[in-house]
Ligand binder design. Structure first.
Ligand code: FAD
Length: 166
């Protein structure tokens, strides 16, 4: 039996995690696939310093419970500029454990539309289904999805808009 979700998030970077946090916050059944902060942990220069300030580098959750200032209270890090990449990675992992605890670190190999669903195939052969066309369909909780609002609230998520070092 293939698990069925209201939404599937492909990717567990800052934007994927923030999107998932908002979808979960709306009570939806959500699957998240990808390796948590993979790009930050494995594909960025070691010892890099972020150009973005810590206060402009929050990941986004619906109740703003997991912002950077809260992480500083919970960790060994102190507010500083520039922020070392290790601090951002640890913040991202801290966020993920609290806001999006169930990340499936398997990669997606394909996504296929089948009638009113998307079939998501994973590299290990598993399949899941995401119900589709949320504009006019109902989610598994029975209430209609307002995707424009969901996307709006996640639009400011993740890394800063102005001072990135990329
Ligand atoms: C050198 C460098 C420096 C940067 N500095 C800054 C900075 O200082 N401040 C800032 O705000 N931004 C910075 N950025 C930009 C920042 O990295 C990106 O904006 C951000 O990481 C994008 O997040 P994302 O959620 O889209 O996913 P990404 O971080 O790009 O991660 C991709 C995710 O997708 C997953 N994935 C990939 N393929 C699959 C698949 N087939 N199935 C499932 N999952 C998959 C990966 O495992 C990972 O979880 C920098 C970028 C670079 C390259």
């Amino acid at each position: 039996m293939r698990p069925v979700y209201d939404a599937v998030v492909v990717g567990a970077g800052p934007y994927g995690l923030s999107t998932a946090a908002h979808l979960l916050g709306r009570g939806l059944k959500v699957a998240v696939f990808g390796k948590t902060l993979d790009m930050w942990r494995h594909h960025m220069p070691k010892g890099m310093l972020l150009r973005s300030h810590w206060w402009a580098t929050n990941l986004s959750d619906p109740r703003k419970d997991f912002r950077f200032d809260r992480f500083f209270e919970d960790s060994k890090y102190e507010k500083c500029y520039p922020l070392p990449i290790a601090a951002f990675i640890d913040y991202g992992l801290w966020f993920q454990q609290r806001a999006v605890p169930d990340v499936d670190e398997t990669f997606v190999s394909s996504i296929e539309r089948q009638d009113d669903a998307f079939v998501i195939r994973l590299v290990d052969g598993r399949e899941s289904v995401s119900i589709t066309t949320p504009i006019d369909r109902q989610n598994s909780t029975g209430s209609p999805l307002d995707w424009s609002r969901i996307l709006q609230t996640t639009g400011t998520s993740a890394a800063s808009k102005d001072g990135t070092s990329s």
